[in-house]
Design a binder for this molecule. Sequence first.
Ligand SMILES: *Cc1c(COP(=O)(O)O)cnc(C)c1O
Length: 396
Amino acid sequence: MRHYTRLSRQNYAIDLGLFPLGSCTMKHNPRLNEKVARMPGFADVHPLQPVDTVRGALEVINELAHWLIHLTGMHGVAMSPKAGAHGELCGILCIRAALEARGDARKVVLVPESAHGTNPATAAFAGYEVEDIPATAEGRVDLEKLKARLGPDVAAVMITNPNTCGLFERDMKAISDAVHAAGGYVYCDGANFNAIVGRVRPGDLGVDAMHINLHKTFSTPHGGGGPGAGPVVLSEALAPFAPAPWVVNTGDGFKLVEREEDEAEQAFGRLCAFQGQMGMYVRALSYMMSHGSDGLRQVAEDAVLNANYIKARLEDLMSPAFPEGPCMHEALFDDEWLKGTDITTLDFAKAMIDEGFHPMTMYFPLVVHGAMLIEPTESESKQTLDRFCDVMAELA
Ligand SMILES: *Cc1c(COP(=O)(O)O)cnc(C)c1O
């Protein structure tokens, strides 16, 4: 027992301290979620059980699906993808199915330079050629250059909003309108949804498909604590192409629509053997219901406030990559301030470990030299943020 306990204590964990990984959103995982997920009716269900014996579990999936649709202003949701990257694949396959259904095979997916590596990887895996969209000097998609590139060969544009520089893409609606006018679809990487949940509905911005990392926005554990879950919300145009299975309320109880039934005839097939990550669904729904809609809005507001607090406290000591204006839920610095010191971003991160902190995300996004991307999340107190900033300032 002592051997394993000793080993477990060699890991840094969210329960030990701040985990300021930008883009990865490591927030507190409330124990309430764990308690609910461990109730035997949820923890012991098996995907091969007769549907009659798991109606409650189906109702949970259905309820969570409705929360996701409501919060994003979208039309439908594919629940089964098991991570963000898996959700991206699901969304891009829906787009491909929709294009094929209208006899319009397109070849190219456009991705901004600052995108997470999973975006171009997903598009390539689905058989598309990937082309970069250039960024403006202020770290956002260059709308004019994007418009100039749109045409009959572009299947989709993949955009992250807020983007990986921690900035809101203010032109999102104009981007979506231009992509739609050119016959393409808009994929939004929703990994940063925790910055806007309750404040902005991606459906209102013209998004056609967006994955939601339940393990980032909705507090389910990830990494070594996984598995994750990456449901994909879909617009009216794409919803008919979602992979089976999905849950419907017949009025007389919940049932699963499988592929062979009429309702699913346009589905591109199945993405997973079963319905998805039941344990994560329960945890995410427990988090949503314990916050309520107003509470979820405050999650976004506090996440953005905390990141701006860190930016304000460190911007005179370190060099913010985009100093103009406030950031969203993560503060991005480059290594300009280390110039001439022989110290690198990596050295600085190791010094943080010496001081008992997990480092921030380093060298990502790639468009920022020596990037240091700090995301405190909403669940850290001012006291913790001050201690973190004090240590950062002392190291600097
Ligand atoms: C985390 C993340 C992903 C991938 O999600 P996984 O659940 O790790 O597969 C995609 N895009 C962005 C911006 C992310 O932060």
